[in-house]
Write a protein that binds this ligand. Structure first.
Ligand code: GDP
Ligand code: MG
Length: 440
């Protein structure tokens, strides 16, 4: 695999005291071969190795104390750049506009499954999604969406074998009348790129205000997935990509090349057949996975350097005894900031499934931390120690003090109780060393 190869290369580099220009070149020759074998687009490979060579040679690498690490750092950073350095999500409509998402892609890519998976994510944001069955060519496709919609407890709109555009229009009317704020259209794919399919998608796109055209591609098709992305983007225009079956893809070539070739980001990754197996796509984690120096490793390093072990152990004892209060929450927030957020830690923990993960992500969105801090700081010391004191009038006072809506205060307190319950069920996360952790 690519990661093994790169690890082999870098093992040699690590053992050397200094790197010569020839060393960098030799290493990057290996990187180039490994990337090509991983089915990364050859133009992307060429561009990538050029960039890394340019940066590596003539930089501090030659004089650095640990030249191998420096090369790894550059390769890692450039891999992240290649995939888009930021986490990107669906664009949500503003000012009460319905968020429309059209799922497109070849047959078997995973559109119908991913439509239902995505509905779960949308629901977690507190929104009300409607799924629309626009794949009219296979009766089984409508039923498949209905079955999956039911599992997610999400309504499915269908008019049987009517024309897709008519279905889409009526679905929008239905959504408006019934208070749905997100509409996801599951469309029909074909085995290959096909004029009829493109025309059908085009007609929906030109008649309905589609905010997100999301291409679903199968990671296991490697280079084909990249070509398909390029063609769809040229013909109908896409806003982002969801890459499926990443659980079965050992090469990683498609994930690496899509952004570089189309300029469009990967939003989510399908990691299995279950409806909870959809994860936000993190370019940095993917780069680490491809390089084979999983984020667990760097996480442990960071943790060992920065976490005050005694405090952590005390905290984990409190968590276990469920005497965890708002003061502990503040302390753990400070520690988590150092570690790059709770969700990045939990993502590495064994024994947490993706639906628990999603719940936690929802509960402790890193961006909400500032609000949470404001809420806790607006509590009296007694309230911080004893969450049970928080009656409605106290909550109002806290909301006013934090400059936030009472609803947000209530939500946080509810989530606090939930996290507390979940933390109690988790294996001892703070006290243990490497043994309990797994490589991604
Ligand atoms: P569509 O034709 O594009 O609508 O594709 P489907 O949603 O029907 O999916 C085709 C097959 O791929 C089904 O058997 C799915 O269960 C499977 N599938 C979809 N996404 C994933 C994934 O992320 N991982 C795995 N292992 N299987 C997936
Ligand atoms: Mg389908």
């Amino acid at each position: 695999s690519l990661s093994e190869k790169l690890q082999g290369v870098f093992k040699n580099l690590r053992s050397k005291g200094r790197l010569s220009e020839a060393d960098v070149k030799a290493a990057l020759k290996e990187v180039k071969m490994a990337l090509l074998e991983a089915d990364v687009n050859f133009k992307v490979v060429k561009q990538f190795t050029n960039t890394v060579t340019e940066r590596a040679i003539g930089s501090d690498v030659m004089n650095g104390l640990n030249p191998g690490q420096m090369v790894i750092k550059i390769v890692n950073e450039e891999l992240v750049n290649l995939m888009g350095s930021e986490v990107t999500d669906i664009t949500y409509g503003t000012g009460g506009a319905i968020t429309t998402i059209m799922m497109v892609g070849l047959q078997g890519a995973g559109k119908t499954t991913t439509t239902a998976k995505l509905a779960g994510k949308v629901k977690q944001r507190g929104k009300k999604p409607l799924l629309v069955a626009c794949d009219i060519y296979r009766p089984a496709a409508i039923e498949q969406l209905q079955v999956n919609g039911k599992k997610q407890d999400v309504e499915v709109f269908s008019l049987g074998q009517e024309k897709p555009l008519k279905i889409a229009k009526e679905a929008m009317d239905y959504a408006k009348k019934n208070g749905f704020d997100v509409v996801i259209f599951d469309t029909a794919g074909r085995l290959h790129i096909d004029e009829d399919m493109m025309n059908e998608l085009e007609s929906i796109k030109s008649n309905i205000d589609i905010l997100n055209t999301i291409l679903v591609v199968d990671a296991m098709t490697g280079q084909d997935a990249v070509n398909v992305s390029q063609t769809f983007d040229e013909k109908i225009g896409i806003d982002g990509v969801i890459i499926t079956k990443l659980d079965g893809d050992t090469r990683g070539g498609a994930a690496l090349s899509i952004k570089a070739v189309t300029g469009k980001p990967i939003l989510y990754a399908g990691m299995g057949e279950k409806l909870s197996d959809l994860e936000q796509f993190h370019p940095d984690r993917m780069a680490s996975r491809i390089l084979g120096m999983g984020d667990v490793l760097s996480l442990i390093e960071k943790a060992e350097a920065e976490i005050d072990k005694d405090a952590a152990i005390a905290l984990s004892k409190k968590v276990k005894k469920a005497s965890f209060d708002f003061n502990d929450y503040l302390t753990s927030m400070a520690q988590m900031k150092k570690l790059g957020g709770l969700t990045s830690i939990l993502g590495m923990m064994p024994g947490i499934n993706s639906s628990q993960m999603a719940q936690l992500e929802n509960a402790v969105d890193d961006k909400k931390l500032a609000h949470i801090e404001a809420i806790i700081l607006s509590m009296t010391p007694a309230e911080r120690e004893n969450p049970k004191l928080l009656n409605p009038s106290r909550k109002h006072r806290i909301a006013a003090g934090a400059g936030l809506d009472i609803a947000e205060v209530n939500r946080f307190i509810k989530q606090f109780e939930q996290s507390k319950k979940m933390m109690k069920q988790m294996p001892n996360m703070m006290g243990k060393g490497r043994r309990g952790m797994r490589f991604p």
